[in-house]
Design a protein around this ligand. Structure first.
Ligand code: F6P
Length: 361
């Protein structure tokens, strides 16, 4: 769809879903680039909450976005719950999307820049159907969005995980233990794969390759026989033994995705029982979402933010900006929300196999 840029006076920006390093860089670039066009910029706090309770809107000015590029989290706050199409009211789930649309128009907003992962971009698609012009910006540490080579937040999460794996090596080697570390990524193994290779893991378990625990143990025994009495196993939270489902924490709560977790405990226990090696399991958890974005994520966030405004100046709406080196392009939002999993024949998997890293298959 197209929109006459001359009609744009006021834009809004929101951040939805899990926080990811680089969100503030996007907010800054959107704000500065829009203000240079003479547009007003308004932040919607906590996903869509600011469009439900108007007291939670925040005017974004040059001063408000000063010095935030390097900060983790989001100055706007975010929300995993609060989908206006399935809102958790006191008497159950209700659809309050019309109220959100009404408030959007009441505030005189022309366009929404929606910074989010698959969940937030799906909500954005529904608002497009209701006539709100939207530009999507792909965010997630999981890197599981199609249409873009990479999402911002991923590089920082991989750096944090790699750093942790580096640190685990000393205990693993000193105590002759098998250290099993669980990293995030939901249904995709990107974080485990990239950090596992960079951190010299011996075994990497990802959702895309169902594993056999005996094959994992075979790798540990092979190392043992070669005089390497320790090992590092990196598990994606969504990894699962062949024929079994992913490990989850507790029952599914209404209005949110099921929480994954527990695979590292399982793998560590099985390795201990089957090989007699001492094992320890560690879950990196939300450390991967925190901290200052890497230079790569800051720059990508700034590029995405500036590209979103350029898109509007070209008259384009209802698309997502995406990295397509050396440039930034736009793709339909419906393409972006398709899950991007690790292709089994990708160069990174082949590299791991050449290095002798086991996937337990
Ligand atoms: O999508 C980002 C992510 O960090 C996933 O890797 C993880 O499964 C999930 O969010 C955790 O969500 P929450 O913060 O709700 O526990």
């Amino acid at each position: 769809m197209t929109m006459d840029p001359a009609k744009i006076k006021k834009i809004a920006v929101n951040t939805g879903g899990g926080d990811a390093p680089g969100l503030n860089a996007v907010i800054r670039a959107v704000t500065l680039a829009a203000i240079r066009q003479g547009w007003e910029v308004h932040g919607i706090r906590h996903g869509y909450r600011g469009l439900i309770d108007l007291n939670q809107m925040m005017r974004l000015t040059i001063d408000r976005v000063r010095g935030i590029t390097h900060l983790g989290g989001t100055i706007l706050g975010t929300a995993n719950r609060g989908n206006p199409f399935e809102y958790q009211g006191e008497n159950g789930t209700i659809d309050i999307s019309d109220q959100v649309v009404e408030n959007f128009h009441k505030l005189g907003l022309d366009v929404l820049i929606c910074i989010g992962g698959d969940g937030s971009l799906r909500i954005a698609q529904n608002f497009i159907q209701k006539g709100i012009p939207i530009i999507g910006v792909p965010k997630t540490i999981d890197n599981d969005l199609s249409g873009t080579i990479i999402t911002f937040g991923f590089d920082t999460a991989v750096s944090t995980a790699t750093d942790a794996i580096d640190k685990l090596h000393s205990t693993a080697e000193s105590h002759e233990r098998v250290m099993v570390v669980e990293v995030m990524g939901r249904y995709a193994g990107w974080i485990a794969l990239n950090s596992g290779i960079s951190g010299s893991a011996d075994v990497i378990l990802i959702p895309e390759i169902p594993f056999e625990i005996e094959k994992v143990c075979a790798k540990i025994r092979e190392r043992e026989a070669g005089g390497r009495h320790f090992a590092i196993v990196v598990c994606a939270e969504g990894a699962a033994p062949a024929g079994e489902g992913m490990r989850t924490k507790g029952p599914k709560e209404t209005g949110r995705e099921i929480q994954l977790g527990g695979i590292a405990d399982y793998v560590a226990r099985e390795i201990a029982q089957r090989t007699g090696k001492e094992t320890r399991a560690l879950v990196l958890g939300h450390l991967q979402r925190g901290g200052s974005p890497t230079t790569f994520d800051r720059l990508l966030g700034l590029r995405f933010g500036a590209a979103a405004i350029r898109c509007l100046l070209e008259g384009k709406v209802n698309v997502m900006v995406a990295l397509d080196p050396p440039g930034v392009k736009t793709v339909p939002i419906e393409e972006a929300v398709q899950m991007k999993r690790v292709p089994l024949n990708c160069d990174t998997i082949l590299t791991a196999r050449s290095l002798g890293i086991s996937f337990g298959d």
